[in-house]
Design a protein around this ligand. Structure first.
Ligand SMILES: Cc1cc2nc3c(=O)[nH]c(=O)nc-3n(C[C@H](O)[C@H](O)[C@H](O)COP(=O)(O)O)c2cc1C
Length: 342
């Protein structure tokens, strides 16, 4: 694999140095602390917490505090969602008090339960109001504040360049654009060319996001958008080394800690599973780990995994799950393995 060398160079945001320019996107319910630890270990240049509702964080709700927890020594970035400047500022102060090196503002979430409360991408419908949130957060903390948003609400309102310019004037240090509108949710294809209009509007670092996975996508997204960095989300599911692997390849290096053989993959998946059980506690961990196990089986199990999949995803007994994972993933996927399983 060959990737542009620039991706391997550091990016400076105030006093914070990001070691490279290939980031892990926040994915609520997926990129939790155990997942982000792995992505960092593999060399992702930046990981961001799942979105944390600012009001909930200010009220000290357990789930929000869990989401806002640091993942080690790397820059700790907490993403806040909300619709009121007061709570956003309060949430930002709490996040920084808990060790955040950067606060990120979510203006991209399309979910109805978020936009219905005028948070997430709904803020793009009222830029004056959106700016009150941005200004309040920038005033509240003395760490860099970044923004993650979309191209606009719908195709008749592609106002990301205006939002980005106003955000830069208000002191935002970096902006990430997911190349879709809110009304597209996750359908269609991300429009990397449309991100270039934001490039022309701001001089702060710009991050391109949406549908980036392999070598061709990385090159095309960078060329079309003119972005300084890329952020990758779903391509990391079942392969938390994806962002780090691209950064390492750009530097001409091997991906740190990437499991190479079937035996290494088994112990990798089992240790991710065990991390989740210990982070959430057995009952909640069991439930939350299932989607990850499904992705691992789909990506690395071949035909053989389908024999065990249902039982693995239904079982409430961690010892049984681990034994089944070993059976499902312990041989290189291929026609031979599937015949044996049958
Ligand atoms: C299940 C899921 C959860 C997400 N949660 C968040 C979130 O908490 N904060 C955020 O800014 N974006 C969130 N996103 C959007 C992603 O960060 C990213 O912008 C989007 O998935 C496009 O990138 P990708 O094609 O590389 O996945 C989420 C997306 C998905 C699919």
């Amino acid at each position: 694999m060959s990737f542009p060398r620039e991706l391997a160079t550091p990016l400076q945001l105030g006093k914070v140095t990001l070691p490279n320019r290939v980031f892990l996107a926040p994915l609520s319910g997926i990129t939790d602390v155990p997942f982000r630890r792995r992505a960092l270990l593999h060399g992702a240049g930046m990981v961001v917490s799942e979105m944390v509702a600012s009001g909930e964080l200010a009220r000290g709700r357990d789930n929000s505090l869990l989401r806002a927890r640091p993942v080690g020594n790397s820059p700790h970035i907490v993403q806040l969602a909300g619709r009121e400047a007061h709570w956003m500022a309060e949430g930002a102060r709490i996040a920084v008090g808990e060790g955040a090196d950067i606060v990120d503002i979510n203006m991209g979430c399309p979910a109805k339960k978020v936009t219905g409360g005028y948070s997430g991408s709904a803020l793009m419908r009222d830029l004056d109001h959106a700016l009150t949130l941005i200004e309040a957060v920038v005033r509240a903390v003395d760490v860099p504040v970044t923004l993650k948003t979309r191209l606009g609400w719908d195709e008749t309102a592609l106002n990301a360049p205006i939002l980005a310019r106003r955000a830069e004037e208000a002191g935002i240090a970096m902006i990430t654009i997911h190349g879709r509108t809110r009304c597209q949710f996750y359908t269609g294809k991300a429009d990397w060319r449309a991100i270039r209009r934001v490039r022309e509007a701001v001089s702060i670092p710009l991050v391109a996001n949406g549908d980036i996975s392999g070598e061709e996508d990385v090159r095309a997204a960078l060329a079309a958008s003119g972005a300084d960095a890329i952020m990758i989300g779903r391509a990391n599911c079942g392969a938390p080394w994806t962002s780090g692997e691209i950064a390492a390849a750009a530097a001409g290096e091997k991906t740190p800690e990437k499991p190479g053989t079937a035996a290494q993959r088994v112990s990798y998946v089992v240790s991710h599973y065990e991390d989740m059980l210990s982070f959430y506690g057995r009952e909640s961990g069991l439930r939350q780990a299932r989607k990850h196990l499904g992705w691992y089986l789909d990506r690395h199990g071949g035909d053989r995994a389908s024999v065990y999949r249902g039982e693995i995803l239904r079982s409430d007994d961690p010892r049984k799950v681990i034994a089944l994972l070993q059976a499902a993933l312990s041989e290189e996927a291929g026609p031979c393995a599937s015949r044996q399983a049958a």
